[in-house]
Every structure is written in structure tokens, then in C-alpha cells.
Ligand binder design. Structure first.
Ligand code: AMP
Length: 396
């Protein structure tokens, strides 16, 4: 029998906010992490988005902070992307409605004015991407002397995206006397190295199930000649009974081109990639979440870590270049036990990337053929050679 939020020791104002959110039962990571964090322990959390990890770190941290105090932030949350930063900030605001705390969001690609103005007025919690945070710190708009709670979210992604130096620098700027939380979906050597010097005697909470999305989501390949990828994409959009679909592309240019095509095919579509302005990305995401745009075309970088519920389908227009992105992308669908389907368009020039994915999965991915589609060349339905099970290791 799982505990209630009150039994985990959370204070009244936070319990009120949780009731308003409609949360009745803590998720496993919340049940395990909250009492330890309320007791002041450092923590390493092995968890993906969708597990309730944001509340697992936000709730006890808010309980420690309780009311607004001073002008300098006492809590700093670092995230790899602006979208994730926005989600974390939203959650802090939601759970902290009755705590009277000032929460500030800092990310790059937008002007400084609103952010520095907020900092000037005083903040309790800063949620930031590493680059902009350092930028503001170097310019003297922000001091980190009072940080008592440091939360590093999706550290594996921050490392993959090349933020290791920035993140290490920020950790070093923060006072030594602090509570540090580190969350990551993987637990490899580089994560262990950071944990070793940045955390003190951490508790470990691992809520990864051992079953990857690749085991739970219906996923397959559609082999096709590269010249016919566009036609096949349109035919698949016709055939798949989707409510909401994310189409992933390798490049920003592809994302723009596919958006035009899909639009001209009569679908309402939103686009997300790094060259779109912050307000465009925000509008795209909100519109996709609300159902205004049933189709979202996105580059992988732009879509990392997003908590988009109820995505029924994922289409990879290209075979992902990095094997782990494949698992990450298909994991967008079928979340929280909903049915999901992921399809990948595969042309022979992508054999190399496909081999790497099948090696990581330890099995071949099922090939399918769309019977109603007029293929110019008979698609190759054979399995790739050398896709035999191999040691699961990070491939980048
Ligand atoms: P996260 O793993 O933090 O991205 O959270 C995934 C989703 O679960 C978010 O939309 C949260 O609002 C939601 N959530 C988190 N904790 C709970 C809970 N205890 N009960 C119901 N929903 C929750």
C-alpha cells in the first residue's frame, strides 16, 4: 500500500497545491525520494521524464524554502533545454502556489531585460539552462552565494549536448554547503564521475524499469528508396489512425520542408527547431499539447525531454544518427501505459545508422511494407546483417 503525500511529510500549503492538481498518490520516485530529500540528503535519481521526477525534486525543495526571503536565489535548477526549463518552472509555480515564492526562468535566445528585472526584484528559485545562467552571472546580474539547493536535471542530456564544462563551473560557483540532486536517465561512467565530486553521500533512487520503450512500444521500419520518402510519409499519415503525431527529422531544413509538405497535405502542423524564435517554439508546443496542431515536426534536439502526453504516433523521417536517440524518440509515444506506435522510414543509405540501433537493441526491427503504396523499387525487407545481440553500451 503506497503512502499518501501527507505521510511523506510534506507541509500543508504544498498538500493543498497537490490536491488542486488532482494528484492523489505519489509515484514510486516521489515515494522514495521525498522523505530523503526532506531530511536533507543528496540524491542521485535514475529516472526518465514521465516518472514524476519533477515533483519528486520540486516538492521537498519547496518545503525547505517555504516563503520568500532575501533577494538571492536559494535554489538553482539546471536543465539542458529551454523547453524543459519552462516545464520545470511551470511545475514549481503550480506546486508552490500557496508558498509565496518567487520563481524565475532564465534561458538564452531571448533578450536580457525581463530576466534581469526579475533578478533585480529578488528570486527564491532559478530554473535555467547553463549558458544563459553563466552569462548573467559573468555580467554580475546574479549571485549564487545563497544557493542551498542545487538540482541538476537530465544530466545525461546536458553531457550529450556538450554542457559539461559549463555545468561543472556552475557547480563550483555554488557554495559547498548545499543539498545537491542529480537526475539522469542513464547511469554511466561520466555521470558517476560528476556525482563523485559534486554530491555528498547521496541516496540512490532508481525507477527505471529495465524495460525500454523498445520493448513496450509497437515500432517498425518502412524500407523505401530515398526519393520516395516524402510520398511514403504522406501515405503513412493517411493510413495511420493518429490523434497526435511527432515527425522527427535530422536537420532544421528537413523540418521546414516537411512542415510545408504536411501542411499542403491538409494537416494543421507545428514546427520546433533551434532556429525558431522562443515565442514560435512556445506557440508550437502549446498548440500541439492542446490539439490545435495534431502534427508536430521537430528536430530531435528541440524535442528532448518534453513531457507531451498522449502522443499516439512517432514517425522518424530519417533513421536517427545516434542509436540512443531512436529509443529516446520512440519513448515519446505509449507513455503512461497508453498505446503507442513508432515508425521509421529507412532508405538503404542509412544502413550504417540502422545497424547501430539494432545492435543497441540487441535485435532486428520488424520491416513492414505499405500494401497500398506504389513503390518504385521493391523495398528490401531483409534483416540487416550483423544485428546480432551485442553488449548494450552507449554509442556516442
Ligand atoms: P515528469 O516525470 O516530472 O515529467 O512528470 C510527468 C507528468 O506526471 C507531469 O505531467 C506531472 O504533472 C504528472 N505527475 C507527477 N506526479 C504525479 C502524481 N503523483 N500523480 C499524478 N500525476 C503526476
Amino acid at each position: 500500500m503506497s503512502k499518501t503525500f501527507a505521510e511523506l511529510g510534506l507541509p500543508e500549503p504544498i498538500l493543498q497545491a497537490l490536491a488542486a492538481c488532482g494528484y492523489t498518490t505519489p509515484t514510486p520516485i516521489q515515494e522514495q525520494a521525498i522523505p530523503e530529500l526532506l531530511a536533507g540528503r543528496d540524491l542521485i535519481g535514475a529516472a526518465q521524464t514521465g516518472t514524476g521526477k519533477t515533483a519528486a525534486f520540486a516538492l521537498p525543495t519547496l518545503a525547505h524554502l517555504v516563503t520568500a526571503e532575501g533577494t538571492l536565489p536559494r535554489c538553482l535548477v539546471l536543465t539542458p533545454t529551454r523547453e524543459l526549463a519552462m516545464q520545470v518552472e511551470e511545475n514549481f509555480k503550480k506546486y508552490g502556489t500557496h508558498a509565496g515564492l518567487r520563481i524565475c526562468l532564465l534561458y538564452g535566445g531571448v533578450g536580457y531585460g525581463a530576466q534581469t528585472e526579475q533578478l533585480r526584484k529578488g528570486v527564491d528559485v532559478v530554473v535555467a539552462t547553463p549558458g544563459r545562467l553563466l552569462d548573467l552571472w559573468e555580467k554580475g546580474f546574479l549571485k549564487l552565494d545563497q544557493v542551498r539547493h542545487l538540482i541538476l536535471d537530465e544530466v545525461d542530456r546536458m553531457l550529450d549536448m556538450g554542457f559539461i564544462e559549463d555545468v561543472s563551473r556552475i557547480i563550483n560557483i555554488c557554495p559547498k554547503k548545499r543539498q545537491t540532486l542529480l537526475f539522469s536517465a542513464t547511469a554511466d561512467e561520466s555521470i558517476a564521475r560528476i556525482a563523485k565530486w559534486a554530491l555528498t553521500d547521496p541516496v540512490r533512487v532508481d525507477v527505471r524499469t529495465g524495460r525500454t520503450a523498445a520493448d513496450t512500444v509497437d515500432h517498425c521500419l518502412y524500407p523505401v528508396d530515398s526519393y520516395q520518402k516524402y510520398d511514403l510519409l504522406m501515405a503513412l499519415l493517411q493510413k495511420l489512425d493518429f490523434k497526435s503525431v511527432i515527425v522527427f527529422t535530422r536537420t532544421k531544413r528537413d523540418a521546414d520542408r516537411i512542415t510545408e509538405w504536411v501542411q499542403s497535405g491538409g494537416h494543421a502542423v507545428a514546427t520546433m527547431h533551434a532556429d525558431r524564435s522562443q515565442s514560435e517554439r512556445f506557440e508550437a508546443l502549446q498548440g500541439f499539447k492542446s490539439g490545435k496542431y495534431p502534427v508536430l515536426v521537430a528536430t530531435d534536439v528541440a524535442a528532448r525531454g518534453l513531457d507531451v502526453r498522449g502522443v499516439t504516433h512517432v514517425i522518424n523521417y530519417n533513421v536517427p544518427e545516434h542509436a540512443e536517440d531512436y529509443v529516446h524518440r520512440i519513448g515519446r509515444t505509449g507513455r503512461a501505459n497508453t498505446e503507442g506506435e513508432a515508425v521509421t522510414l529507412y532508405s538503404p543509405d542509412e544502413l550504417h545508422s540502422l545497424k547501430a540501433i539494432e545492435q543497441l537493441l540487441g535485435k532486428t526491427i520488424e520491416r513492414r511494407k505499405l500494401d497500398t503504396f506504389k513503390y518504385r523499387f521493391e523495398p528490401d525487407m531483409g534483416a540487416t546483417k550483423s544485428a546480432a545481440p551485442a553488449a548494450r553500451r552507449r554509442n556516442r
